[in-house]
Design a protein around this ligand. Structure first.
Ligand code: DGT
Ligand code: CA
Ligand code: CA
Length: 593
């Protein structure tokens, strides 16, 4: 496998950081730093060019002799010897020290050499023990500033849930809307792409009055500090040390800038490559014709225009990861991604019978008022004792209540009798077959034994998929974003077994789960596995998370026809009947009409 441009760039980034730490000649360091951006942005594979005997890497503007030689070595051997040497002498964690505001490489090096400070934790401890203030060039004030800075540095490295970013975006949008000098406003970056977690916010604004916009932005009450303020760019940190970058761009560049700062980097690299093939140049200012003597602006005011100039249909931001958006690019395929209005049902939620906060009636009312036509109540089974999981008796009692309530609803809404049945540690389902057989919808889920081996966990899940009463597997990998890795599971085998037995897989829409993820959903699509997008609500408000699941589905390229709970109730019940009679082999893999 050939190194990608971002991978090559990453090596030079590390090299520059470590050299800076070691106090090397700043000019050399700057050369490496410049090359990072150049390599990342280069529209062709730098690795391929390095292997091409007739191409001279120094022909790339911004790549000098030293860097060119290093690229060749890196591409040939997969390693940079100098980087390996530096890494062997300097622990990687010391680079974290450089993220403390006001901490340059010189100071960091002193701390490392004099006090053996190797990480942010070491540094905090050294400050608390008053060991830092006595160092030459430091002092009590510096020590305190470092201690304050550590907190910021630690938080600044953290990503936040998309849902949390969205709340911040809504508040900031409201604030910025009040600024008359702002003509256009968009939130770009990973937020716009709907990525599960967001590293920082990228705000784009069209205005003739940059300073006025920045003054207004600076008044946003959640800002703790302004890190950079230039003519067109301002960077701030919120009180929780989250970074927001705001850029002011000219109207004729808005679309090009929006595309550029929405990313992803990988998507942008591919776009620039396409431009080059057409004798065009794409950057954050626009698309330019390079065929003549002077470059001529062709487009850039809107994104649609930019994509069209490159011969593409506009691509929804959720797909911009250089995965399927170029190979499947047509107006038809780009426009038929699932959206929030397509969901008619929600097939995973809890009530006060186990660990939910809403009663059965309250959940029904909340789902109806949100425009859903059917839901499945899926409380926990008995094994989940902490949540007062349901015994067969209690479950059957709940199902009787559901029958009564359905009778009252008289067809205006339908409650399905469901269960989130535990897949036991030793294998097998947590409730007897004859009980499960009386329900309308059975989710299998792993909650215990998550530390087991890949073989054990996979086998447990496969057994559940083969179980005749099980319809779908809930949160199939068990990951908790920013908290817990997925359990060890062979998803390939899970998916082929689902395809074979006509079983569904869930996108759990809880913003901390979003499980399955985008790439896994693409695999599921290849196999024709039906997907369900579920809230896993534990309260009436919990139903509102469905929109996060929709975003994830869009990132996975899902169309409504891939998703079971877009079906009207009748069709959904028919699907289930077919599945139970053993004839279902996945839902239609044909193109939508
Ligand atoms: P994040 O903030 O880590 O969640 O992810 P992004 O995708 O928002 O990344 P960010 O904030 O660094 O940059 C926003 C977009 O701007 C990114 O998706 C592509 C573009 N961009 C920013 N810096 C560079 C760069 O150095 N090279 C390239 N090619 N694109 C960049
Ligand atoms: Ca960002
Ligand atoms: Ca950014």
């Amino acid at each position: 496998m050939s190194l990608t441009n971002p991978q090559i760039a990453e090596h030079f980034q590390e090299l520059a950081d470590l050299l800076e730490f070691g106090g090397t000649n700043p000019f050399r360091i700057r050369a490496y730093r410049n090359s990072v951006r150049v390599i990342e942005d280069y529209p062709e594979s730098v690795a391929d060019l390095a292997r091409n005997e007739s191409f001279d890497l120094t022909d790339i503007p911004g790549i000098g002799d030293a860097v060119a030689k290093k690229i060749k070595v890196l591409v040939d051997t997969g390693e940079l010897p100098q980087l390996q040497e530096l890494k062997a002498t300097i622990p990687e964690s010391v680079l974290d020290l450089l993220r403390v505001p006001g901490m340059g490489p010189k100071k960091a090096a002193v701390l490392y050499k004099e006090l053996d400070v190797q990480s942010l934790e070491d540094l905090a401890e050294a400050c608390r023990n008053d060991r830092v203030k006595n160092l030459k060039g430091f002092g009590a004030k510096t020590q305190q500033a470092i201690l304050d800075g550590i907190q910021i540095a630690a938080a600044a490295n953290e990503r936040i849930y998309w849902a949390t970013a969205d709340e911040l975006v809504q508040r900031l949008r409201t604030h910025l809307k009040k600024c008359k000098a702002i003509q256009e406003l968009e939130f770009a970056g990973s937020y716009r792409r709907g990525k599960e977690t967001v590293g920082d916010l990228d705000v784009l604004v069209v205005s003739q009055a940059g300073p006025e916009v920045m003054d207004h932005f600076g008044e946003f009450t959640e800002i703790a500090s302004v890190t950079v303020r230039g003519d067109t760019k301002m960077s701030v940190r919120t009180k929780k040390a989250f970074q927001i970058d705001l850029r002011v761009v000219p109207r004729e560049s808005f679309g090009a800038a929006l595309a550029y700062f929405t990313g992803s980097k990988e998507h942008n690299v591919a776009l620039r490559g396409l431009a080059k093939q057409k004798q065009l140049r794409l950057n954050e200012w626009g698309v330019f014709d390079t065929s003549g003597e002077e470059e001529v602006y062709v487009s850039g005011q809107t994104e649609t225009e930019v994509y069209e100039t490159l011969g593409l249909s506009w691509i929804p931001p959720e797909l911009r990861e250089n995965r399927i958006e170029f190979s499947t690019n047509s107006a038809h395929t780009m426009n038929r991604l699932i959206d929030a209005n397509d969901l008619l049902g929600d097939l995973h939620m809890h009530t006060t019978a186990t660990d939910g906060k809403g009663t059965l009636e309250e959940m029904v009312e909340a789902a109806r008022s949100r425009g859903l036509q059917y839901i499945a109540i899926t409380d926990h089974s008995q094994r989940v004792s902490m949540a007062r999981g349901l015994t067969p008796d209690r479950l059957l009692e709940q199902w009787d209540q559901i029958d009564d309530l359905n009778a009252k609803l008289d067809g205006s809404f339908r409650i399905l009798k469901g269960i989130e049945c535990d897949i036991l540690e030793q294998g097998g389902m947590d409730l007897p077959d004859e009980v499960l057989a009386q329900g309308d919808w059975v989710l299998g889920a792993i909650h215990y034994g998550q530390q087991q081996s890949l073989e054990q966990i996979t086998e447990r899940i496969l057994e559940a998929i083969r179980h005749p009463e099980v319809d779908a597997i809930a949160h199939p990998t068990g990951r908790l974003l920013l908290k817990r890795e997925p359990y060890a599971v062979d998803l390939r085998r899970v998916m082929t077994t689902c395809a074979e037995y006509g079983k569904a897989l869930e996108i759990n829409a809880n913003p901390m789960r979003l499980d399955l993820n985008d790439i896994q959903l693409m695999h599921a699509t290849e196999l024709g596995i039906p997907i369900v997008i579920n809230s896993d609500a534990h309260s009436t408000d919990g139903l509102d998370v469905l929109r996060y699941g929709i975003l994830q589905a869009r990132r996975g390229g899902l169309t409504p026809s891939r998703v079971l709970n877009t079906l009207p109730l009748e069709d959904f019940l028919k699907w289930r009947e077919t599945r139970k009679s053993g004839t279902a082999r996945g839902i239609s893999t044909e193109e939508d009409a």
